[in-house]
Design a binder for this molecule. Sequence first.
Ligand code: TRP
Length: 468
Amino acid sequence: MTERTSIHGQWSSRLVFILAATGSAVGLGNIWKFPYITGEHGGGAFVLVYLLCIAVVGIPIMMAEVMLGRRGRQSPINTMTSLAKEEGAGSAWSLVGWSAVLAGFIILSYYSVIAGWALAYVFRVAGGIFNGADAAGVQTVFTDLTGDPERLIAWHTLFMLMSMTVVARGVRAGLEKAVIYLMPALFVLLFVMLGYAMSTGAFIEGLKFLFEPDFGKLFYACETVAGVENCELSGGPVLVAMGHAFFTLSLGMGAIMVYGSYMPKGISIARSAVLIALLDTLVALVAGMAIFPIVFANGLEPGSGPGLIFQTLPIAFGAMPGGQIFGTLFFVLLVFAAWTSAISLIEPAVAWLVENRGLSRVRAAGVIGMTTWVLGLGSIFSFNIWSGDEYKLFGMTFFDLLDYLAANIMLPLGGLLIALFAGWLMKRESSMDEFAMQARRYDLWRVLIRYISPLAVVVVFLNAIGIF
Ligand code: TRP
């Protein structure tokens, strides 16, 4: 095979690839979503399943995505089409690329809405409205914001513009540099938050919640209908944990594949994937350890949903010395974390438009950004004018539904197909050549990607729909 090159350019080094991929992985998923879904599904046991999924499903699939991307060197759609042809497989595999583009749209549409909340909070914290505020006061600020569609639209628009600007300029010009400083800064601030959480007196309670598995809670799904909580036996929470492993590592929709297509040759894919997964998991766990003690110390409800961090962290910022500054910084960095993730959600689609439709990056980013923006309105309304039961399907708002569909169904399905392609359809020599790693490690990956990861995904799916 002749070596391909990407028309979109290449990362300048291994470090830049790691930072970009970590930038994609670390985002709202770690700091906003992980704590709130862990809270909704009872803590420890859920966390354990999530960690297991990262290890046996996430890491092997991440390696597969990077490998496929680097071999194909194009947008996920074209990469899958070319590789399928090369390996003598059917052209239907390009569907993996299409589902990737669709999932990216859907996720970014609501991702941008939540990132908009984080933007709004930068100004609220900086303005000092949380100084000395109690849980009720913080709650009011949150409901005032989410109850007002106009404000939400303004912040959503701003965040979409920010994301489109970076993608339009090409990944190398803008973000490469910013990420080098911002990711470490986010780490430091998370540890500051952790320090505060340790001082709350509920630190141990928080740790227990996160790390003491109670499997009883894991197999039940509860729903509150008209103020009454109904719980029933369900495989749903396990599916949510697995879906989140995909979401948090940016897997199953070509984001990591497209980043892999810009990766220079001669860099170890396995080592990079393990490092990215470790960093991502560390951020999520530290975020959880910072948030739950504050939840318990203030008598808040861990299962309160998507507003969790916005209703808890401001209490800490309002109470701690220097909280106004730390808090502002924290939300600035949260916005940056979301920003570096958002660009990876549109890059697959933009790369495809440039390759196949001859659009400039600027136009491609414009088209995709506008479409995504429109879809985002549905999620905005889910928190106000469409929050009533008459607008719900399966007990979920439009926002919940999109998140459920994309994260828990489309990503694992995309990941399953990627695993089958990389493990079964691709010739051994092809993947071995691309990985260029020790034979023993290669064999371990091959067992995982051929048997363990696909089986895990299928079992969790069947379990969730109640087959066993
Ligand atoms: N991983 C990011 C987060 O945790 C979100 C994200 C970025 C993503 N790119 C993705 C999720 C691709 C799924 C697929 O916030």
